[in-house]
Design a protein around this ligand. Structure first.
Ligand SMILES: [Zn+2]
Length: 236
């Protein structure tokens, strides 16, 4: 019914920012053992930021390292969280305006919408409950990264509403990243982020142009998914 549709489209998530040391331990441990994805070496990224974890083979050691790190960097972490909270507040309404435009007022899926301010440099997102980690040591990129993860939640929601795609999990993942490489360069997002992001995964460099042309035809997420379905199946 028209009325409830209007109400639905007015739901915009309120992001909460929190710390979760246990999640940091889990994720650092996982990424340390991870192979490359999309041409990006996550394990190397962890070691670059936490050289002490280089030769650690036990999760218990990682747990202690995380607790110690939090103790040592308590003020920095708290300040970073405050700063990110403040900055997100100043851009959130512009962000939701931009997503309404490119996603044609698609309703945001329900979820927790918690951004965990994190010491993990990999910034994973957790689709089922709409939470993610935001590395605290990149203040310049923090807003862009939050936008990136939020766009994923809306993109995967949109994908469920496009019929007959039958994506394999990996194909949809690649398409979601290629989509972000494109949409985060649109003027509204560049304005909010304060910078033009680079292509996230090296493997997608060669594909960027082709999908950009598909995007430019309609500039809506729905049409982009419809028109990219056959292509992404050829590419991955
Ligand atoms: Zn991503």
């Amino acid at each position: 019914m028209a009325r409830s549709r209007v109400l639905d489209s007015m739901y915009t998530p309120k992001i909460k920012f929190e710390f979760d040391q246990k999640l940091d331990t889990e994720m650092l441990w996982e990424f340390l053992g991870d192979a490359k994805k999309g041409g990006f070496d996550f394990s190397a990224e962890v070691i670059k930021n936490h050289p002490a974890l280089k030769n650690n083979t036990s999760k218990e050691v990682v747990k202690k390292y995380v607790a110690n790190y939090y103790r040592k960097h308590e003020k920095e972490l708290r300040d970073a969280k405050k700063d990110i909270e403040k900055r997100w507040k100043t851009v959130e309404s512009e962000f939701y305006k931009a997503t309404d435009k490119y996603f044609e007022k698609l309703s945001w899926p329900k979820g927790k919408y918690i951004g965990y301010i994190s010491i993990n440099p990999c910034g994973p997102r957790f689709l089922p409950n709409k939470t993610w980690q935001t590395p605290y040591f990149w203040p310049k990129e923090a807003i862009g990264q939050i936008i990136h993860e939020m766009l994923h939640f809306l993109f995967f929601e949109q994908a469920t509403k496009v019929k007959n795609t039958h994506f394999k999990k990996d194909q949809l993942w690649h398409l979601s990243e290629i989509f972000n490489d494109i949409i985060q360069k649109e003027k509204e997002f560049v304005q909010i982020q304060g910078y033009i992001p680079e292509i996230s995964y090296p493997d997608h460099n060669r594909l960027h142009k082709k999908y950009l042309l598909i995007w430019k035809k309609n500039k809506t997420a729905r049409k982009f998914i419809e028109n990219s379905t056959a292509e992404i199946k050829k590419d991955f």
